[in-house]
Design a protein around this ligand. Structure first.
Ligand SMILES: [Zn+2]
Length: 451
């Protein structure tokens, strides 16, 4: 079999496997499947990497936690090919500067993570892993009405338009005779994409939430004539206002893909609920609060055999759904990806003894109450000060006063000391920069954090 054919066969196999076989309706069956995969992974795959060579573990919990910093510190130790950072970095940097994302190191794709907090990650994926990933992604995200287009050669291929900061071999793996895949480079701006986008007329539109909102605006201004039947949000928190804008412009409810450099972590099901991709990854919750409503995921990707992601603590904060999903899937349902751990702001309690968390969804809800008068905002916390930059629909000063009142009311409700508030003007960031509304730059000094 030729390489191309083998690739398509691998993707198709993982598609069928994911869509039809690995669909667990009972939690105990899902966990039994994970346990079998983990056993193989711990015994056969792990020892191939230098870092785990002499370890003999039977249970995942015996292994230490890792994160992006550790992965980068011991880059060579965490991959089964013995590749060093010095070997792979030039390829990644060349791709970034030339915007040509095709070069590889043998069969390995090298990717950079966006690194919003400054520490950039480098990720390795083999071609076999890429093809599996493509199959799983399509299996988990394509709605039923588009499937005949994927399978029947007499029908037109599925047209996918994909907006991201950087392309990668990983994404172009989706392209095939049955998938017409167009990548749009966000660093070039939306205007550069319009002609191509209108000509392709995609069935599936994939983009960060802020870009979806921009495209919805362009469609309403009749500069864009596309009619996608499926819209997927990636890489940023999807806010209610984004959902409304997409719905108004395209008459479809946007779904989410929870994809990070670390893996394909979650997807929205046909009922509109975000599920963790637990058939392919083991995800331990690291609970942030006593009530167990929010956690940071610790992931072990037992399907990756090149770069090992083992008990890797992600910086994201997820909020669990109150009820299980009516689709019947056993994979954990998530109410929202709230953002990153440093999107949580902290304020002292009234007694001044400890710092208590203000979670992103709580703040977002408070600010959303100002409706359309508040167009854009960002809040940066530095010690006891919050710098709030906002864009008002009408009078900036009166909106600042209204915001101050609602933040004071929120603090009173939560028994928190209100922060010192400074107001400024919001300025648009470049399109390829990730939207971050809330950011903790520095904690107030001298008090412990209590979740
Ligand atoms: Zn569901």
């Amino acid at each position: 079999m030729s390489n191309d054919r083998l690739g398509v066969a691998q993707s198709a196999l993982s598609f069928i496997n994911s869509r039809y076989r690995l669909r667990f309706t009972r939690r105990d069956q899902l966990e039994a499947w994970q346990a079998r995969q983990l056993k193989y992974f711990l015994q056969r795959v792990l020892p191939r990497a230098q870092r785990f060579k002499n370890l003999s573990v039977t249970r995942l919990s015996e292994l230490p936690l890792m994160d992006k910093n550790l992965l980068m510190e011991d880059f060579c130790g965490f991959n089964t090919r013995g590749l060093t950072l010095e070997q792979v970095l030039p390829i990644a940097h060349h791709a970034e500067t030339s915007r040509d994302f095709t070069p590889m190191l043998g069969d390995i794709t090298v990717g950079l993570s966006s690194g919003t907090s400054g520490n950039q990650g480098v990720f390795l994926v083999s071609s076999q892993e890429r093809r599996r990933w493509a199959g799983i992604l399509l299996a988990r995200t394509l709605p039923g009405h588009l499937l005949p287009r994927l399978f029947f050669p007499w029908q037109a291929p599925i047209r996918i338009a994909f907006f991201l900061r950087a392309n990668s071999r990983l994404y172009t793996t989706l392209a095939s005779r049955r998938v017409d895949f167009a990548f749009h480079d966000l660093t070039l701006g939306l205007d550069a994409s319009l002609a191509h986008l209108n000509a392709q007329s995609p069935d599936v539109l994939v983009a960060p939430a802020t870009v979806l909102r921009g495209l919805a605006g362009l469609a309403q201004a009749e500069r864009l004539s596309i009619r996608p039947s499926h819209v997927l949000s990636v890489a940023e928190v999807l806010e209610t206002t984004d959902i409304e804008a997409v719905h108004a412009a395209f008459n479809v409810q946007p779904r989410q893909i929870y994809q990070a450099s670390e893996g394909f972590l979650g997807y929205t099901c046909e009922k509109g609920t975000l599920h963790l991709n637990e058939s392919h990854l083991h995800i331990e919750p690291d609970w942030l609060d006593h009530e167990r409503t929010r956690f940071q995921p610790i992931i072990t990707d037992f399907s990756r055999h090149t770069q090992l992601i083992v008990r890797y603590r992600l910086n994201d904060v997820l909020r669990v759904a109150d009820t299980s999903c009516t689709c019947g899937r056993a994979e954990r349902a998530i109410a929202a990806i709230e953002g990153r751990a440093d999107d949580i702001l902290w304020l002292p309690d009234l007694a001044g003894r400890q710092l208590l968390a203000l979670y992103p969804d709580v703040l977002r809800r408070t600010l959303l109450m100002h409706g359309a008068t508040l167009r854009e905002y960002e809040i940066h916390q530095q010690g006891l000060c919050w710098q709030i930059n906002l864009q008002a629909a009408a009078d900036h000063h009166s909106l600042c006063l209204a915001l101050r009142d609602s933040i004071h009311a929120l603090c009173a409700l939560r028994s928190l000391q209100p922060p010192v508030l400074n107001f400024g003007h919001w300025h648009a960031r470049p399109l390829h920069a990730k939207r971050r509304r809330l950011q903790l730059l520095e904690l107030p000094e001298g008090l412990p954090c209590t979740y």
